[in-house]
Design a protein around this ligand. Structure first.
Ligand SMILES: [Zn+2]
Length: 370
């Protein structure tokens, strides 16, 4: 029985241990640990983590140190001086290497941005400077081209005038010689003004066109059917009455503008500014293109150039305001307009270097262009 009793005791003890293992209070202990301590630990860990995070953020986003503090950091030597002046030295806190790297990176990008802005600004001002220089060069080039063109045109006109004069001289001499021969044959003395008479005769047919009187205006005013006198009641030659280029102005045509340019559209009617007689109507193949010349009662001639259409013929009397043609751009003209010239009494229309400023005469007959 002792054995049995001993075995029975061991068995009992084992069963007691087993019972103790299955004890509800062990489970209660466990469940209490799970319910109370685990959340407590968890909360503690969370709070600690949050604290560390907050500390890290406030540290990294802290405002830059004051200049004084930085001074102190860079030069620790004057700390004693600082102490004497301001009391205790400020708390010196050194950045961690990570924070220093971050600050360095931020400064790098800030610097790069500023350099970019400086570069862009410089580029913009350089571009503006270049554009201005190019514009100036273009303007200078155009001006030079215009000048060259004008000079070439003027040389051409001078050569033309010289040829015309030489031809006139040749014909005058031929006429004088012929007259002298005729006089010799007739056994009479040659008249003293044979040359002048020859000149007048030759000039009247200079351009191969019929003209009234002599083209150089040698016929005194009043001898061609129009009574000599003051011209009044003038009319604007084109409807606009607006001047584009004035007399003497520098332009494409020449370095010296021999008339005024009235602004007008292609095909607009052109009117005689005053009553008179048509002394030329045609195209002599030069700069004027189709043009009409009219001599007025006071001996002044007006000339209307670059016409697209001519509606009068030489010798025809015209009234003030009568339509004589249409605006065009024949001859040397850049775009349609009316080139209008005024010649004093005795000057042949087309003798451009003797043309006068049309405005005073126009104003005197009551025409006031704008
Ligand atoms: Zn003109």
């Amino acid at each position: 029985m002792r054995t049995a009793s001993g075995a029975g005791t061991l068995h009992r003890q084992w069963r007691r241990f087993r019972r103790a293992l299955r004890l509800p209070h062990l489970r209660a202990l466990l469940s209490r640990w799970v319910r109370v301590w685990l959340p407590a630990w968890f909360a503690a860990v969370l709070i600690a983590g949050a604290g560390v995070t907050v500390a890290a953020i406030t540290d990294l986003t802290a405002p830059p140190r004051s200049a004084a503090t930085q001074q102190v950091v860079r030069h620790p030597a004057p700390l004693a001086q600082y102490d004497r002046n301001f009391g205790a030295a400020p708390q010196i806190r050194l950045n961690t290497p990570a924070q220093n790297r971050l600050v360095a990176v931020q400064r790098h990008y800030q610097l790069a941005g500023e350099q970019q802005i400086i570069a862009e600004t410089a580029l913009k001002s350089y571009a503006a400077e270049r554009r201005r220089a190019l514009r100036q060069t273009a303007a200078r080039t155009q001006h030079a081209q215009e000048k060259i063109f004008a000079e070439r045109e003027q040389r051409r006109i001078r050569a033309m005038v010289a040829r015309e004069l030489a031809e006139r001289l040749r014909r005058e001499q031929a006429a004088a010689e012929a007259e002298a021969a005729r006089q010799r044959a007739a056994g009479a003395e040659p008249p003293a003004d044979a040359a002048a008479a020859g000149a007048t005769a030759s000039l009247s047919n200079e351009n191969g066109t019929t003209q009234v009187g002599t083209v150089d205006g040698a016929t005194p005013p009043g001898q061609d059917g129009i009574p000599f006198g003051r011209v009044v009641g003038g009319v604007m030659p084109v409807a606009s009455g607006t001047i584009g280029a004035r007399f003497g102005a520098y332009g494409f045509w020449s370095s010296y503008h021999t008339g005024v340019d009235f602004r007008a559209g292609f095909g607009e009617p052109v009117h005689a500014v005053a009553a008179g007689v048509v002394t030329y109507a045609g195209n002599s193949g030069d700069w004027a293109g189709n043009h009409v010349a009219i001599r007025h009662a006071d001996g002044v001639s007006t000339m209307y150039s670059h016409l697209s259409d001519i509606e009068v013929s030489p010798g025809q009397p015209v009234a003030a305001g009568q339509e004589i043609g249409r605006v065009g751009q024949t001859g040397r003209a850049f775009g349609p307009h009316l080139h209008f010239e005024v010649y004093p009494p005795g000057i042949r229309p087309g003798d451009v270097y003797r043309a006068v400023d049309p405005l005073p005469w126009l104003n005197s007959i009551g025409v006031h262009p704008r």
